[in-house]
Ligand binder design. Structure first.
Ligand code: MCN
Ligand code: MOS
Length: 764
């Protein structure tokens, strides 16, 4: 079979009308590039005030007193907020079920849990005034003992996370008897979420119980609900607006203390308040991926059949709430293994609560497992692809369910062929180009397909154009575009005539743009709604007394913006609406589990992660897969590593937009390069301060670090996974990249680096 590069199928009319699945260019692209796109804090409101945070400069302890006198006397200053004068809110559980203790909650710290915590905020008439006054606030503190990382012995053993404990067979006995055993410990550092649009918001109370938030959000319904409940006002009284978002990667799905601070300031001052998180503050206003340490034991036969896996993982968390980076999540479902155990702990240290960061759990889990598999291949003198093929499971080992689809064999074949893997000389250090040692490594990645519901409004307007609206969001991944494609196909109109409106809680409900599930869920909802609109148009054409098509046929077709009889006699949609005296044909439909619900109840459903759907409803195990083949060049004298070639074959089911999916895969791979070679959050052990709190010291991959990347799709439409056959895309391709790079570095140098990022020191 011949597979196609993902990004070769351009969107044009040559596809017999089917526009979903082609590479239509980004709907929002021109607006973003021209600067026409208005981001959250660029909204202008009359009477806007500016809020600047005052953060703790110690890593642990207690606030004794906030002295605001001097700041309050400065020009333009309207208020200095702190725990002593802030509003008390109703405590809300976060995404992970952490609920602040006590009857009330206030976003300003009394107890200091980490360096950079929100202690006070200054509100003034200009940004400059607020900044100057923030520097004049003095905070008297009592120092506590700082435990800055889980490497500090004082951090202790932490807490066992029961949900990550999985067992089958007898791994201890199997490991004791296994002819070949690999045991190693892998570490990943703290990684910070640094989307190009830093966090920030404008909070505006129109009156005492109506709050509007102009804030980037990966989950409008979830975040609006949090605000409503925290301020004890009805859900519908909170409006969130964010038509454009400059990336989020997991960091924009939850309400953070700074957002509550701005909302409190606006409520007290009865004016809109803007708060922009500075780039250094993005390292403490919310958490990124926590540091992890994982010990893996693999036992195998001499011909490479896995007998046992034992996986012990631990991650850093905060002292005041828990975040689990689920390091065992990939290990149990990747290979056919009869004896298995995974365990996990989280160790509280003085850090901001870590949070989701592209492929949480999956990514570090994949790094450890896929590096360990390479170590096993070396020990067995076996090709790493061959080792994986020998352990390819026919069904999900963890749940016993059959795969909806798992095209990993196809991914190995297509990736290896495009890369030229058969030309690899397995001998370490045997491939070179002058001073450069060349290494070829591979690894696999996976991501689950999560369930949920969506809702959309689809409207055919009097002029024959179509409008789709939903409170779903587009932070760059392509939601605008794929929803326009979906409606265009269902209604038979050119994609240019579909307008999509997103990012406003006034529109229909939507699930979180997280867990790589928004595309499948929203494409499903828009398809369902648009098909219902199509039925209504056909009904109108066939039976409305004023329809020019009445009595002309027993069925009508929609295509090219027209509605016509099978014989081809037809009119435009605009003409149909005009003749039948309609302004529009508009419907709203959802894909929640069937039940009678009020609009309020419906919205509540979208504020929960799975919106009433359950994984147990599925008889199949649903995952996306990918196989990475990567070349590195290591300078023999300097120890510098360059990634020089990447080929990734993906199985993400049906792709809705080849150009955008290609971009998603490349984005994940680029972040994987950063993870392998660059990204590392460094803290000062004396006070828990983040030393790398800027984009110069916290290095992410830039153009110069990124080679040509080829992505190949081997997926097939998977209608057991999702209604329109797609699987997870957004986070898939980051998983496994760091392992493939580390494996390639081993192939080049014979040095096994088990702790990321791989540095020059590791290789000299
Ligand atoms: N897509 C497709 N075919 C499919 C599924 C998806 O063509 N079968 C394409 C579409 O263009 C779709 C995109 O991939 O818009 C992502 O779809 P999906 O996998 O459903 O992911 P979400 O829409 O839920 O987006 C969130 C996901 C996550 S969880 C992170 S983290 C991440 C990611 O997307 N953050 C991103 N990709 C990102 N891309 C950008 N530019 N910015 C971020 O912050
Ligand atoms: Mo993505 S980390 O699930 O927002």
């Amino acid at each position: 079979m011949n597979y196609q590069d993902v990004n070769t199928k351009r969107g044009d009319a040559s596809d017999g009308g089917a526009i979903l699945g082609t590479g239509v260019a980004r709907h929002d692209g021109a607006a973003k590039v021209r600067g026409d796109a208005v981001y959250a804090i660029e909204h202008s409101l009359p009477g806007l005030l500016y809020c600047v945070m005052v953060n703790s400069t110690i890593g642990a302890g207690r606030v004794v007193q906030v002295d605001a006198q001097k700041a309050e006397a400065m020009p333009g200053v309207r208020m200095v907020l702190h725990a002593g004068n802030s509003l008390e809110l109703v405590p809300q559980a976060d995404f992970f079920g952490n609920r602040p203790a006590g009857d009330s909650y206030n976003p300003f710290a009394r107890e200091i849990a980490f360096n950079g915590q929100l202690v006070a905020a200054v509100v003034a008439e200009t940004l400059e005034q607020a900044r100057a006054a923030a520097r004049a606030v003095t905070v008297a503190v009592e120092n506590g003992k700082v435990v800055s990382t889980f490497h500090d012995p004082a951090a202790g053993e932490g807490n066992v996370i029961a949900a990550m404990s999985k067992d089958w067979g007898d791994p201890d006995a199997a490991l004791a008897d296994a002819p070949v055993v690999v045991e190693a410990t892998y570490e990943t550092p703290r990684e910070y979420n640094v989307p190009i649009e830093p966090h920030g918001l404008i909070a505006h109370w129109e009156d005492d119980d109506h709050l509007t938030l102009y804030e980037h959000s990966q989950w409008i319904d979830g975040m609006a609900k949090y605000h409503a409940d925290a301020f004890a006002i009805p859900f519908d009284n909170v409006r969130m607006v964010c038509p454009y978002i400059g990336g989020g990667f997991g960091s924009k799905a939850q309400v953070q203390p700074h957002a509550l601070a701005a909302a409190i300031a606006s409520k007290l001052l009865k004016q809109p308040v803007k708060l922009a998180v500075t780039r250094p503050q993005t390292f403490t206003a919310f958490g990124g991926r926590p540091a992890t340490r994982q010990t893996l034991k693999l036992g195998a036969t001499k011909d490479g059949k896995l007998l046992a896996i034992d996986h012990d993982g631990v991650n850093e968390t905060a002292t005041y709430a828990n975040f689990t980076e689920t390091t065992g999540i990939v290990t149990g479902m990747m290979y056919d293994v009869p004896n298995f155990r995974s365990r996990q702990r989280t160790v509280p240290v003085n850090t901001v609560l870590p949070g989701p960061f592209r492929a949480p759990g999956k990514n570090p889990s994949g790094f450890a497992l896929e590096t360990a598999m390479d170590e096993l291949a070396i020990k067995l003198s076996m090709d790493p692809v061959e080792l994986r093929l020998r352990n390819e499971p026919e069904k999900d080992p963890e749940t016993g369910k059959p795969w909806s689809t798992r095209k990993l064999r196809e991914a190995y074949a297509a990736g290896a062929e495009a890369f030229g893997w058969d030309k690899r000389n397995p001998e370490i250090g045997s491939m070179r180009d002058g001073h450069e040692l060349i290494g070829w490594g591979m690894a696999v990645g996976t991501h689950p397909v999560y369930s949920g519901g969506g809702e959309a409004t689809v409207s055919v307007k009097a002029d024959g154009t179509v409008e789709v609206s939903s409170s779903a969001i587009d932070m760059g991944q392509g939601t605008y575009t794929i929803l326009a494609q979906t409606a265009a196909d269902a209604l038979g109109v050119p994609v240019e005539r579909v307008a999509v409106k997103l990012g406003d809680s006034r529109y229909a409900g939507a699930p979180v743009a997280g867990g790589s599930k928004l595309a499948n869920l929203m494409v499903g909802a828009v398809h369902k709604t648009a098909m219902a609109v199509r039925d209504e148009l056909v009904q109108l054409g066939l039976s409305d007394p004023n329809s020019p098509l009445r009595d002309k046929a027993n069925n009508l077709m929609l295509s090219g913006g027209r509605i016509a009889t099978p014989a081809g006699e037809g009119i435009t949609l605009a003409e149909l609406l005009a003749a039948t005296g309609r302004d529009a044909v508009e419907l709203t439909r959802d894909t929640l589990p069937e039940a009678e619900r009020t609009p309020q109840e419906r919205r509540q459903m979208f504020a929960t992660f799975a919106s009433g759907h359950k994984e147990s409803d599925f008889a199949v195990s649903r995952h996306s897969f990918c196989a990475h083949f990567i070349e590195v060049r290591v300078d023999e004298d300097f120890g510098t590593v360059r990634v020089s070639r990447v080929v990734t074959a993906v199985d993400a089911g049906r792709l809705y937009n080849t150009k955008l999916a290609d971009s998603q895969f490349k984005g994940g791979i680029i972040m994987g390069i950063g993870m392998a070679l660059l990204e590392e959050g460094v803290t000062d052990p004396r006070n828990g301060r983040i030393l790398s709190a800027n984009l110069a010291d916290y290095r992410i991959a830039t153009n110069a670090d990124v080679p040509e990347i080829q992505t190949i799709s081997v997926g097939v439409p998977d209608f057991q996974a999702t209604p329109l056959g797609g699987k997870a895309v957004g986070e898939l391709a980051i998983v496994g990249v760091a392992a493939a790079i580390s494996n390639a570095v081993y192939h080049a140098t014979g040095k096994r680096v088990r702790s990321l990022p791989i540095s020059i020191e590791d290789l000299l």
